[in-house]
Ligand binder design. Sequence first.
Ligand code: ZN
Length: 348
Amino acid sequence: MTKVRALVLERQHELALRDIDLPLDVGPGMVGISIHTVGVCGSDVHYYTHGKIGPFVVEAPMVLGHEAAGTISAVGAGVTHLMVGDRVCMEPGIPDANSRASRLGMYNVDPAVSFWATPPVHGVLTAEVVHPANYTFKLPDHVSFAEGAMVEPFAVGMQAASKARIAPGDTAVVLGAGPIGTMVALAALAGGCARVMVADLAQPKLDIAAQYQGIIPVNIRDKNVVEEVARLTEGWGADVVFECSGSPQAWKTIMELPRPGGTIVVVGLPVEPVAVDIAGASIKELRIENVFRYAHQYDRAIALIASGKVDLKPLISATFAFEDSVKAFDRAVEARPDDVKIQIRMPE
Ligand code: ZN
């Protein structure tokens, strides 16, 4: 164990920047990483404000943070594709490579997955971490650490776009313009959608999404999204609907949005079970897909960012120094409608 300074969630509502013992031995197949930038995720904030997410309860002090980029500081035995000094970002979930889910290629739904900052696993808001080399991805020179730390949430958008099986020229609808809804919209455009209607109540969120070519913002305070989709598609419906709001309200009319034979991709999770209009889905033979985090998306997410086809920089709203981590979290708790992603930078 090594004593390192970290942002520790002591218990619900209580954060501390303090020393904690973490295992930093770089074993075979592992790499040491000096952390540079960490994004604050909705899940980190939720553990802070609620002390739990579903079955995951904070019962012991836990280091927060799972959206990270940094520089390789040590390389374990057998690692051949990374060198000290490489700039990287990391996939935060490590499955059991021999599990049945992993062998099926669905390592994200391996029940044994160990995921940063999901109790009892520590996260990465600290100077140094050790991680499997196979879940550590090199960043091209022109992709910044800040962008590298955005790969994690963007990978969720990539997973949603992949599950949608988008065809070139498709019309998509994204319900919810939060950080994940916006990432999904950008991945859908990169995946070939001609246009993506993004619906939300908060105008500042829509304004941020509308900066991107191909996004059509719809404020559902003054417009009806069913009517807007019908108008845009001459009554046919959208090829793909991404539910990213997690709002039970969205489920009341969602079956009216896709075209016959269209697809709904469920990304947002309602806190309580919701009623689903099975008959509405049935008469259109809709395909309904679910997304849990991501699998096999990091390399392609990085390739899209590196190509310039996806620019995530406008989504970084504020950057705090590590010393001000608690302030960064309190700002995230405010949930300002024009904040998309808040990041924390480690001292150089
Ligand atoms: Zn995240």
